[in-house]
Design a protein around this ligand. Structure first.
Ligand code: FAD
Length: 579
């Protein structure tokens, strides 16, 4: 049953599992746990119902959701690495969480990313090989909207074919497709072609796979929650925020947290419910640590300053936040067929939207880029004299290049005329660490969000090298006659110092916060979670979302959250199998 206000919950409600947040993590859990017909599951989501909202369905319009009511509309603290700028920090405010608003890029990450998780948690279940069944279980590889041949663009045998999440190649061919793929032939060593970056080895440039099927966004809402809504043992409550988890007793000397408190506004009534088995936080890397802190689980010094009684003193709650800094740079191009022609012409955009509405084909089936790549700094790079390599290993990139057939920037407005090509450079194995801390005791107010963007010598070095590498890639003969000249301040950024200043002025984020309640090994005094995602020194409480990652993968992270949650569902099912 879908409830839109806590007052609608039947007075006799009791639940075995209460899940907080319905994004990539919580969406999977609500579906998988309600597969147990005897288990009663409640999913509580702060945000809105996206059903029938075209902007959440049309892939091309995804970026338009930033800054709307489907966005939490957070802002970061002043970022030292960005010349002191605070930037907008988007998170999905809807059933499906950020998967209802994200850019749908489907990347698993590398073999080394997961093997590092296994190593630091001491749990081989998190290794690349052990997780293979879950990669297949979540995915359904489908044809792209234009039935593009998959041959040479991905390796079908490594993909799942019967899971809930549709995955496909881009659904409309662009002039730039052959140019970008052609350019890899000019630089086979530095920028090799990678037939499928989801094979475990991400390195190289290739075709983007998307969580899109039938020309429409596949989110945790459409893939997991919506199909499970008809189950009588699943209740979903939207427009409602969990304000804290509550201690319900002690067991073996540890506090039991099986209670949740929730409401719809700071001044409105608060409600409370207890779960028989577990409360599971899936509120994402920003809100999960905030809820833990508000509940008295965190650094006692921070909590006592705000008058919150510490129940579990853990210095690591909200620490270790990681994110990927993003910069986009543009070139003007000798073409009138880029995305700019759509964004600058409302009549054309209307026609393309109509095509999508009638046949789910055309440019509106596209995500933001048809090609991207993951690349490593040369082994002899000067930075490695002073900094240990923060990447997970040779199959993980240090930086990412993304190629877009039009002007896309999250730092400067798009020009009203002209045609462009955007080159994105992202630092994907950052060494910088940020934090989530409480700004106040008001659960309806945002916490302080410091993603630490470009805040280490390694991260700014890597961003500068990525821009230089991207510029070199754009000199490939394939681009001759297409690329005209660099646009705006990008044109004047030539020396390393100028490129660094340019990067600090214009970089933002790829919205990949993770690791703010990280799992570590059972005996480690660091971290927040055990390898089975239970909160250390508590009973009845787990975290299943991007906060749990020990390290951000060198990838767009939605797939890693889906996988984490698929395994978590099995761990939870196994634990309560006998009860
Ligand atoms: C603009 C944007 C673009 C992105 N593009 C991509 C991409 O192309 N590819 C990719 O792989 N990843 C992308 N990501 C990242 C990806 O979507 C996230 O990493 C992933 O969704 C995280 O899953 P999660 O479950 O940790 O959190 P989320 O998906 O953010 O879900 C958390 C949920 O918890 C809810 N919640 C929070 N607090 C409370 C509370 N107190 N009570 C109740 N509910 C609460 C939120 O409303 C939300 O629904 C993007 C993200 C954004 C914002």
């Amino acid at each position: 049953v879908l409830y839109t206000d806590p007052s609608q919950l039947p007075a006799s409600s009791h639940y075995d599992y209460i899940i907080v947040g319905s994004g990539a993590g919580g969406g999977v859990l609500s579906s998988r746990l309600s597969e147990i017909s005897t288990a009663k599951v409640l999913l509580i989501e702060a945000g809105l119902n996206p059903a029938g909202v075209e902007a959440t369905e049309i892939p091309f319009l995804g970026p338009d959701l930033i800054g709307t009511p489907f966005d939490w509309n957070f802002t970061t603290t002043a970022q030292a690495g960005l010349d002191g700028r605070s930037i907008a920090y988007s998170r999905g405010f809807a059933l499906g969480g950020s998967t209802s608003v994200n850019f749908m890029v489907y990347t698993r990450g590398s073999e080394d990313d997961y093997n590092r998780w296994a190593k630091v948690t001491g749990d081989s279940g998190w290794s690349w090989n052990s997780l293979q069944p879950y990669f297949k279980k979540m995915e359904k590889l489908v044809a792209s909207a234009d039935n593009l041949s998959q041959s040479g663009k991905l390796i079908p045998s490594i993909h799942g074919t019967s899971g809930p999440v549709d995955v496909s190649l881009p659904g409309f061919q662009l002039v730039t497709d052959n140019l970008v793929i052609g350019a890899t032939a000019d630089f086979p060593t530095q920028f090799p072609f990678n037939e499928d970056m989801n094979s475990g080895n991400t390195i190289g440039i290739g075709w983007v796979q998307y969580t899109i099927g039938g020309g429409q966004r596949a989110s945790s809402f459409t893939s997991y929650i919506q199909p499970a809504l008809s189950r009588s043992n699943l209740d979903v409550l939207i427009n409602t925020q969990v304000t804290k988890v509550m201690q319900t007793g002690t067991s073996g000397g540890l506090p039991v947290f099986r209670g949740v408190q929730f409401g719809t506004s700071a001044n409105g009534p608060l409600y409370a419910l207890n779960a028989t088995h577990e409360v599971i936080l899936s509120a994402g890397a920003v809100k999960t640590p905030q809820i833990l802190l508000l509940s008295g689980i965190g650094p006692s010094a921070q909590l006592s300053k705000l008058g919150i009684k510490t129940i579990v003193n853990n210095a690591h709650v909200g620490a270790n936040l990681q994110d990927h800094p993003l910069l986009s740079s543009q070139y003007s191009v000798n073409s009138t067929a880029t995305f700019d022609s759509i964004s600058q012409n409302a009549t054309l955009a209307g026609e393309i939207q109509e095509q999508w509405e009638t046949s789910k084909t055309g440019e509106f089936t596209l995500g933001p880029a048809n090609q991207l790549g993951w690349l490593r700094l040369p082994k002899n790079s000067s930075i490695f004299k002073s900094t240990a390599d923060p990447s997970a290993g040779p199959t993980s990139g240090h930086y990412e290049l993304i190629f877009t057939d039009g002007f896309v920037s999250f730092a400067i407005p798009s020009p009203s005329t002209g045609n462009y090509f955007s080159l994105f450079t992202n630092v994907v194995s950052p060494s910088s660490r940020g934090s989530i801390t409480l700004a106040s005791t008001n659960p309806f107010a945002a916490p302080l969000i410091d993603p630490g963007l470009l805040n280490s010598p390694f991260d700014i070095y890597t961003m500068v090298q990525a821009i230089k590498a991207g510029k070199q890639f754009m000199t490939a003969s394939a681009f001759n006659g297409f690329i005209l000249e660099p646009y705006g301040d990008f044109a004047a950024a030539v020396t390393d110092a100028e490129i660094e200043a340019y990067a600090r002025t214009y970089s933002t984020t790829v919205w990949h916060p993770t690791s703010s309640a990280a799992m570590t090994s059972v005996n480690s005094s660091g971290g927040v979670l055990n390898p089975d995602l239970t909160v250390k020194s508590t009973v009845g409480l787990r975290v299943v979302d991007a906060s749990a990652f020990p390290y951000v993968p060198a990838a767009h992270p939605q797939t890693a959250v889906y996988i984490l949650a698929e395994r978590a569902a099995d761990l939870i099912k196994a634990k309560y199998a006998s009860s």
